[in-house]
Design a protein around this ligand. Structure first.
Ligand code: ATR
Length: 290
């Protein structure tokens, strides 16, 4: 049994809903494995209570936060400082309480990059097609724009994809090759032909709509690395169909773990034990589904 003392550092997730989150399992497994006197809990915070909750977090001395839907953007106005990347992306998923000053970070982008690298995929100079233009896609697109040879952002609402591509061009100037388009079968067929990496950063395929897929099987090919950020179910229809044609796949749990590992590093200054975190999450998923 671990001992919680007056000195234990408290970290928390805030979001709504949060009851199915795997973050407490992942983070507590990491703290325990490294013998760190930290504990991680989850708080359901309604959108209209966000300001009060953040003030409470500050006053109670909660040491670190993860922030999830629907607060990733709205929390910004309650924070004291943002790092450069969070400011650029306009989204925060990690907060550090440094002596009463709340500092916001985004680790989604670097989490996706690390998930790719951990799977042995180097995005440098690659053609990457990313689906979606919401918060998750923004973080990942900004990060991968630094590396990709060509970045194509496709979204159901094409205006959001265009805005994101414009934002990326404003930051990186002419050094990036980024394009936007509408998420249609025809556009996918054209763009996927010469692509190396496909990332689904939409919520399509997530339970309870696990029979849906953002890309028809006939548009996939075996030389594509297919990375889905949806982790419930762990093997989405997109990943299952990719596996069946022999393509390399990366599941959304790896994304969750690597973005969580970056949060862990911000709070503790230490490298997170990603295999321990993954094992704890898989055990939990097995228990829940049994
Ligand atoms: P997140 O922060 O998780 O990215 P979000 O900002 O709500 O969440 O973005 C969800 C993304 O999934 C968006 O790109 C959304 O497309 P729209 O911008 O057109 O809304 C995409 N998405 C959600 N449901 C979709 C569906 N049924 N078909 C295609 N795209 C969908």
């Amino acid at each position: 049994m671990r001992v919680i003392s007056g000195k234990t550092r408290v970290c928390a997730l805030i979001g709504d809903p949060i009851e199915h989150t795997l973050s407490p399992i992942i983070q507590n497994a990491a703290f325990q494995y490294l013998g760190l006197d930290y504990v991680y809990v989850a708080f359901n915070v309604r959108a209209e209570h966000l300001g009060e909750a953040v003030l409470g977090i500050k006053r109670l001395g909660v040491y670190g936060l993860n922030v999830t839907m629907p607060h990733k953007i709205n929390i910004i106005k309650y924070l004291d400082e943002l790092n450069e990347e969070a400011m650029r992306v306009g989204s925060v998923n990690t907060v550090l309480n440094r002596d009463g000053r709340l500092i916001g970070y985004t680790t989604d982008g670097v989490g996706a990059l690390k998930a790719l690298k951990y799977a042995g995929i180097d995005p440098s100079s690659k053609k990457i097609v990313i689906l979606g233009a919401g918060g998750a896609s923004r973080s990942i697109s900004f990060k991968l724009a630094e590396y990709a040879g060509e970045l194509v952002i496709l979204n159901r609402t094409v205006g959001r994809a265009e805005e994101l591509a414009n934002n990326i061009r404003e930051i990186f100037g002419g050094s990036v090759n980024v394009r936007a388009g509408e998420l249609t079968d025809e556009r996918l067929r054209i763009e996927l032909e010469g692509a190396d990496i496909l990332i689904n950063a939409t919520s399509v395929g997530m339970r309870p709509n696990e029979n849906e897929t953002p890309v028809k099987r006939c548009l996939l090919h075996k030389d594509l690395v297919i990375f889905d950020i949806v982790y419930d179910p762990l093997e989405t229809r997109l990943l299952r169909e990719a596996r069946l044609i022999g393509a390399k796949t990366i599941d959304g749990l790896w994304m969750l773990i690597h973005q969580g590992a970056e949060s862990f590093k911000i709070w503790t200054g230490m490298e997170a034990p990603v295999e321990v975190m993954r094992e704890a999450a898989l055990k939990r998923i097995g228990e829940v589904e049994a």
